[in-house]
Design a protein around this ligand. Structure first.
Ligand SMILES: Cc1cc2nc3c(=O)[nH]c(=O)nc-3n(C[C@H](O)[C@H](O)[C@H](O)COP(=O)(O)OP(=O)(O)OC[C@H]3O[C@@H](n4cnc5c(N)ncnc54)[C@H](O)[C@@H]3O)c2cc1C
Length: 428
């Protein structure tokens, strides 16, 4: 029994009855609709039609909407920001999720993390959630109508293009992509990579970070601009792979922007506000990754136990070997520790906002991927050769977890944040 199950029984960390109900619904949906189709989705994504969408994905999305499992990630305060937009169209208010806090959503996001296919079925997938958050918080009404609503409806998808191959992009002040004003347009030139989602045929819009004024103060040089992916001059150069996985049909692209012209009103919030937006975007997004990693680790430990109870080596079940028992126990401790840290960070985010919660978020962002890697590595070990093959989901879950020691900030950057906060407290 893990802490979530204990919580359901009322032993502490109790999610509200509504969240318990949603959790039950979500688990049923996963078991009945996503788990049985996972192999089919993977087969298509490994075929020569890898960059197309399996028709059943769209069917499942419609079912998730009907069951009230759509856009659950949207925090109440974000939903409130766009109430006016829906005032004349009340039947669309269901697009704004279930009015959950980040803490409440943690219990649900974790479940989605058990399968890499699940989050998008519920419109809770990165980078769309982060991009929608940007539009909720900083978009104009016009930008929200044009891009946020279709994203909320799940009709289109999006990408976030910040990282560049030629500079250390963990320090976003290094970004070189230029955004120059010419008459009524910005002209964008630069090369990006690891733009997740840009290969997806449903991806219609990119949020691009670049420099509008290289002579301004260090953190005021950058801006974010909305760039429709079909704008002339946007060249998708190639799909990158993570240890050989290309994550089709979603993908991670290298994208070149060559004299790309977009109207001035495509800028988000204003020139020089890129860093400010990045702060708003990354806090909840980082935590969502952590929540999903706990789900991935739960799946790993479940598979590990099942395998160890089925397979014999040297005359006894793997589960009867002492080394397995201590490895298993350590994995369980790791999962519970990381989950509590993530719940604490989500609660701080709800109660005090991004700025105050940044230490807890940084701790969760370091702890969760490292824990998931350890658990998944142990599960792989218990599976023997099967564990490293693509016949089992473990290798893909591990590869994804490994990227999250880098993506949305490498461990070292978060460790730096944690240490600075610790030192500043000591100096008080
Ligand atoms: C699968 C995947 C998906 C991604 N999706 C996106 C996306 O959708 N959009 C996007 O823009 N980017 C995306 N990224 C890019 C990711 O955010 C960057 O890789 C990350 O920010 C690191 O930047 P970098 O690769 O330039 O590494 P660098 O900045 O070159 O850093 C390399 C290493 O330097 C060390 N280092 C850096 N800073 C410090 C420090 N302060 N102290 C000590 N050591 C340090 C760390 O070991 C770090 O890993 C994705 C990456 C992956 C792998």
């Amino acid at each position: 029994m893990n802490s979530q199950d204990m919580a359901i029984k009322g032993d502490g960390f109790l999610p509200s009855p509504r969240v318990q109900e949603l959790r039950k619904k979500l688990l049923n949906f996963m078991e009945q609709h996503i788990d049985p189709l996972e192999c089919e989705f993977v087969r298509l994504a490994q075929s020569d039609k890898r960059w197309t969408i399996h028709p059943k994905e769209e069917t499942l999305k419609e079912m998730a909407k009907v069951q009230g499992l759509w856009n659950l990630w949207i925090p109440v305060d974000s939903a409130t920001r766009v109430e006016n937009l829906f005032a004349k169209d009340e039947h669309k208010s269901w697009l704004l999720g279930a009015g959950l806090s980040n803490l409440e959503y943690s219990y649900l996001c974790e479940i989605m993390g058990r399968s890499s296919w699940a989050p998008q079925i519920f419109n809770c997938s990165a980078p769309d959630t982060g991009n929608m958050e940007v539009l909720f918080r900083y978009g104009t009404a016009e930008q929200q109508i044009k891009w946020l609503i279709p994203l909320l409806e799940g009709k289109i998808r999006s990408g976030f293009a910040m990282t560049e191959p030629q500079v250390a992009s963990s320090d976003a002040t290094n970004i070189e992509c230029s955004m120059t004003r010419e008459g009524n347009y910005y002209v964008i030139n630069g090369r990006k990579w690891w733009t997740s989602g840009a290969m997806d045929p449903r991806c219609k819009i990119l949020i691009v970070m670049g420099k509008t004024d290289p002579s301004a103060r260090r953190h005021k040089q950058q801006s974010m601009i909305l760039v429709p992916i079909d704008t002339p001059g946007v060249h998708i150069k190639r799909a990158l792979t993570v240890f050989g996985f290309d994550d089709a049909p979603h993908g991670h692209a290298e994208v070149v922007f060559e004299n790309v012209r977009v109207p001035l009103h495509n800028i988000i919030l204003g020139e020089g506000r890129g860093f400010e937006i990045a702060q708003g975007r990354l806090g909840p997004g980082r935590l969502h990754h952590c929540m999903r990693l706990i789900g991935a680790a739960e799946r790993g430990i479940g598979m590990m136990v099942k395998r160890a109870l089925e397979r014999k080596a040297f005359g006894k079940l793997i589960a009867q070997h002492g080394s397995f028992l201590s490895d298993l126990a350590k994995c369980r401790i790791g999962i519970e520790q990381a989950r509590l840290l993530v719940l604490e960070a989500a609660n701080q985010l709800d109660l005090h906002g991004n700025k105050v919660a940044k230490g807890a978020i940084a701790m969760a962002k370091v702890a969760a991927p490292n824990m998931a890697l350890k658990v998944l590595d142990t599960a792989i070990q218990v599976h023997g050769g099967a564990g490293v093959s693509t016949d089992f989901v473990l290798s893909h879950l591990w590869a994804t977890a490994r990227t999250l020691r880098l993506a949305d900030g490498p461990d070292e950057v978060h460790l730096g944040t944690i240490a600075k906060l610790e030192l500043s407290r000591a100096r008080l």
